[in-house]
Design a protein around this ligand. Structure first.
Ligand code: NAD
Length: 492
């Protein structure tokens, strides 16, 4: 490792993988992890490749036999113990998240709290996996049937860089609660906090091999998907990556959940509480520097309130002060971190330029900030043509296009004019408009007068090209077990 590389956490050698309850290095290639606020290297991790994945899957397979037979109350206790221990290490883990992901400390603390809540939710749920009973016709002698729920075995959990911890909890929590073992692969740019969590899981008492972490990029992810002993894949990331995963998982008949991209519409009607709509759309769009799957990414505002909305919204967005996640600007300035990579920033700039070339107007922001780090001024854009990239592609950064609409019919038609179907929202007090939004918006979630936020208690997942299956809620727990029918005869 280069001598100028500093380790994010001091207590441990986090830069190894975590396999079978041990730090596991590799003689192969290594990947550099950089701080998005400075561009400096902060650590290196191994590219696990096929051999690293194989070791981890073998460890998880060996651990499965006893983990599936471990009493559900004990699994619950261990998940709770893990959450409690992680809480004791909050400060280090949050700093590590800020350093590798780039988000402001306030937001990293928010993600950390959500992460623990997710683990604790599934600790509670571990004892709630229930089967059922069935009386059977008696033509072969008195019999009854049981429908039991069994874990799959090894789950491969593949995670992106935007919310490394919460998106881990969404998979690790239900998988372990239901009796599966896990091989997680964090994004190549955000592996460090996950590795430290895995290391602490041993201290919390999780048996070796129950939770393993391999590091690396797309090839390592692909090797995990292809491994014959991985029975279920839980993936969050881009739609195109989800399609590749389906190509491998399909012929092998693996169970998959795919949480993919989104381009959530938000509709604002004239009877809405405008102040609340503006505040929540602003938080939703610019949180995590606009790099959230669930976020209002296209605003359709009724002509009756359009001018007020745009005026006030632009004023608020102008208050953002891009800076390192470790710094907090003086009020009334608002903190916003860097984009995660130079590539993310280049893509956003290309999408914005395309809209401007086609006649869109940028009302605030939109500039790349010179100097180290991937900083960009949050923007609001109007007059965006319907075929511009800002309208047709997922925009993963702090830019909101706002369109004027004449009525709810137009708003719903334009909201649904996308290949995505992740989230959606409407701001109104009109019961019939709410009813239509619930029924007609093509999305996995519709929020009414609420922030786009993924609750642990509510199932969440996309329709159309935004994915398959659910995360969160007891519904997600169901996706980590398969049913098996047992017929009991010989009863006379
Ligand atoms: P990505 O698809 O590039 O990468 C996600 C993960 O998949 C990474 O760990 C990566 O190494 C791995 N990977 C890449 N290619 C692979 C392959 N061929 N086989 C297996 N694994 C592979 O996504 P990203 O750019 O890191 O994340 C941003 C995307 O994630 C956005 O589209 C965003 O909307 C989406 N996202 C969706 C949700 C949701 O819940 N629906 C939540 C967060 C992010």
């Amino acid at each position: 490792m280069a001598s100028d590389v500093r380790r994010v956490t001091k207590e441990s050698n986090v830069a190894d993988m975590w396999i079978a309850g041990e730090h596991t290095g590799s003689d192969g290639d290594h990947l550099t992890v950089t701080d998005p606020a400075t561009g400096d290297a902060i650590d290196e991790v191994p590219e696990a490749g096929t051999s690293g994945v194989d070791r981890a899957v073998q460890a998880a397979s060996e651990a499965f036999t006893s983990w599936r037979s471990t009493d559900a109350t004990e699994r619950a206790d261990l998940l709770r113990a893990l959450a409690d221990l992680l809480e004791e290490h909050r400060s280090d883990l949050v700093s590590s998240l800020v350093a590798e992901q780039g988000k402001p400390t306030l937001e990293a603390n928010g993600e950390f709290a959500h992460f623990l809540a997710g683990l604790r939710y599934y600790a509670e749920a571990a004892t709630k996996v229930r089967g059922s009973y069935q009386d059977l016709p008696s033509q072969f002698g008195r019999s009854y049937g049981l429908i039991v729920r069994r874990p799959f075995g090894v789950v491969g959990a593949i995670i992106p860089w935007n919310f490394p911890l919460t998106l881990l909890a969404n998979k690790l929590g239900p998988a372990l609660a239901a009796g599966n073992t896990v091989v997680a692969k964090p994004a190549e740019t955000t592996p460090l906090t996950t590795l430290r969590v895995a290391e602490l899981s041993a201290e919390a008492g999780l048996p070796a091999g129950v939770f393993n972490v391999v590091t690396g990029g797309p090839d390592t992810g692909a090797a995990l998907v292809a491994h014959p002993d991985v029975r279920r894949i839980a993936f969050t990331g881009q739609t195109t990556t989800g399609q590749k995963i389906m190509e491998t998982a399909g012929p092998a008949l693996k169970h998959v959940s795919l949480e993919l991209g989104g381009s959530d519409p938000t509709i604002v009607l004239p009877d809405a509480d405008l102040g609340s709509a503006i505040r929540m759309i602003q938080i939703g769009r610019y949180w995590n520097c606009g790099q959230a799957c669930l976020a209002p990414k296209r605003a359709f505002v009724h002509t009756g309130v359009y001018d007020d909305f745009v005026d006030q919204f632009v004023g608020r967005v102008g208050r953002y002060e891009p800076g390192p996640g470790t710094e907090k600007p003086e009020k009334p300035k608002l903190p916003i971190g860097p984009l995660h990579t130079p590539g993310q920033r280049d893509l956003l700039v290309a999408q914005l330029s395309d809209a401007v070339d086609r006649g869109a107007k940028v009302l605030v922001g939109g500039e790349v900030i010179d100097g180290p780090g991937n900083f960009f001024r949050p923007a609001v854009v109007v007059d965006v043509p319907a075929d511009a990239r800002l309208a047709t592609e997922e925009v993963f950064g702090p830019v909101l296009p706002v369109w004027r609409v004449d009525d709810l019919d137009e708003a719903i038609t334009r909201a649904n004019d996308t290949t995505y179907g992740l989230g959606s929202s409407i701001w109104t007090t009109d019961a019939s408009a709410i009813d239509r939004a619930m029924r007609e918006l093509e999305a996995g979630v519709t929020w009414v007068n609420q922030l786009h936020y993924g609750y642990d208690e509510m199932p969440f997942g996309g329709t159309k090209m935004s994915g398959l299956g659910k995360e969160h809620g007891l519904e997600a727990l169901e996706e980590y077990v398969e049913t098996k029918s047992v017929v009991v005869g010989g009863l006379g």
